[in-house]
Ligand binder design. Structure first.
Ligand code: AMP
Ligand code: GLY
Length: 427
């Protein structure tokens, strides 16, 4: 009996998941929907819209897939896992009901408070409540955070010391001008300060198992300058988060959150991505996402010593048993982006030189996201974040040197990337 896995999504995160699954002796065949040219080197790519639950479920049936692994948040929020499960197949990821944790920040904050998890003080306001929202801003001490309730492709959060800017954001969100319906309800929070880290845990509805810590680099340019992006690079593990802090976060945040979700009839299976700020008053949860991060996934999967398929399959079945084991190595991933990103690349279709040369370096794997194949069969740019060049090493320093040496082999007109990924983790 051969085992087939369908990976849903088209980014670097899904490329890393497909790569990790391909390493499993338990997996015979991988199919990607829709995938990308990098994923096409691992398995067949089929043009299916990831956010169409019926289409994904039909494809899984047609392929007789043993497991469907859903990478991005949009398909999860749209109910892809529910549709696959309803057709009698196993899918990794939360149901739409549990994915609400990422789909609605107001709901998430309510879950956090109810579960007693340390988090920023907040208020939720709807479109008729502009005066109340502006009054609430006045009660906050100097750093203002305004968030859309709904998904806004990572762009719906304003963090500012200017109350005028915060007021403008509230008005633009509640009126629907800025993000349409996603912003007509907004969450206003006190601003927290401190280093930001992510903790990834696998969940099976009742149990959570820590996988790894990672740190993303959200701003476009070195020294955390420039506009926010989806993430310009990441490394794992984060040396200043020791095992004691991870245990405490599991106990004080993840486990109570799972219990509260279960109580609400939305048991969580899949990856819980806990965004944490290490404030002077201790670790506080900024947010949950319901999937692996991108590019964090690309630096976590290469560190995994235990079997990725076993973990994802057990999570989907509601029975996590295989212990998560990580190699005692670090991984650094540098995102190579197109000219003009962010907000959007001005040009696409440039031939990318050196992917194979860079990928041949010791410890290096190049994961693709914004790429396409042109008429001549060349891999070309096709988006903002184009590649994540990852490398493992004995520590962050070695991994970083290797990743940058490989990145230097890769080029196209206008390529840009940060030179300081992982710098905070150096001794
Ligand atoms: P979120 O989408 O909720 O993760 O917010 C995006 C980013 O905004 C986070 O990664 C933080 O850098 C920042 N952020 C969110 N909430 C807060 C907060 N309460 N205080 C300070 N920064 C925040
Ligand atoms: N890198 C942050 C995210 O995936 O949301």
């Amino acid at each position: 009996m051969s085992t087939r896995v369908l990976v849903v999504g088209a980014g670097g995160r899904e490329h890393a998941l497909a790569w990790g699954l391909a390493r499993s002796p338990l997996v015979d065949d991988i199919v990607c929907a829709p995938g990308n040219p990098g994923m096409a080197t691992i398995g067949e790519c089929l043009p299916v819209a990831p956010t169409d639950p019926a289409a994904v479920a039909d494809l899984a049936t047609k392929l007789d897939a043993d497991l469907v692994v859903v990478g991005p948040e949009d398909p999860l929020v749209a109910g892809v896992v529910d549709a696959v499960a309803a057709s009698g197949r196993k899918a990794f990821g939360p149901s739409a009901a549990a994915a609400r944790l990422e789909g609605s920040k107001a709901w998430m904050k309510d879950v956090l408070i109810e579960a007693g998890v340390p988090t920023a003080r907040y208020g939720t306001f709807g479109s008729g409540q502009e005066p109340e929202a502006l009054d609430f801003l006045q009660t906050l001490p100097g750093l203002y955070v305004v968030k859309t309730d709904g998904l806004a492709a990572g762009k719906g959060v304003v963090v500012t010391e200017s109350i005028a800017e915060a007021r403008d954001a509230v008005r633009a969100y509640l009126s629907g001008v800025a993000f349409g319906d996603a912003g007509r309800t907004c969450v206003i929070e006190e601003g927290l300060t401190g280093p930001e880290v992510s903790l990834f845990a696998l969940c099976d509805g009742r149990r959570a198992r820590a996988v790894a810590t990672a740190q993303d680099h959200k701003r476009a340019f070195d020294g955390d300058a420039g506009p926010n992006t989806g993430g310009m690079g990441a490394y794992s593990p984060v040396p200043f988060v020791d095992a004691g802090v991870v245990d405490e976060l599991m106990e004080r945040a993840l486990v109570p959150t799972l219990a509260e979700l279960d109580r609400r009839g939305a048991p969580f299976r899949g990856t819980l991505f806990c965004g944490i700020m290490l404030t002077p008053d201790g670790a506080k949860v900024l947010e949950y996402n319901v999937r692996f991060g991108d590019p964090e996934c690309q630096v976590v999967v290469p560190r995994l010593a235990s079997d990725l398929f076993a973990h994802l399959s057990e999570s989907a079945s509601g029975d996590l048993t295989t212990p998560v084991e990580l190699s005692d190595i670090a991984c650094v991933g540098v995102v190579l982006a197109s000219e003009g990103y962010p907000p959007a690349p001005e040009r696409r279709g440039d031939v990318i030189a050196g992917i194979d040369r860079g990928g041949a370096h010791e410890g290096v794997v190049v994961f693709q996201s914004g790429t396409a194949t042109d008429d001549r069969g060349d891999v070309v740019t096709n988006g903002g974040r184009v590649l994540t060049v990852t490398a493992v090493g004995a520590d962050v320093s070695e991994a970083r040197d290797r990743a940058y040496a490989a990145a230097a082999e890769i080029s196209w007109p206008g390529v840009h990337y940060r030179r300081d990924i992982g710098a905070q983790a150096l001794p």
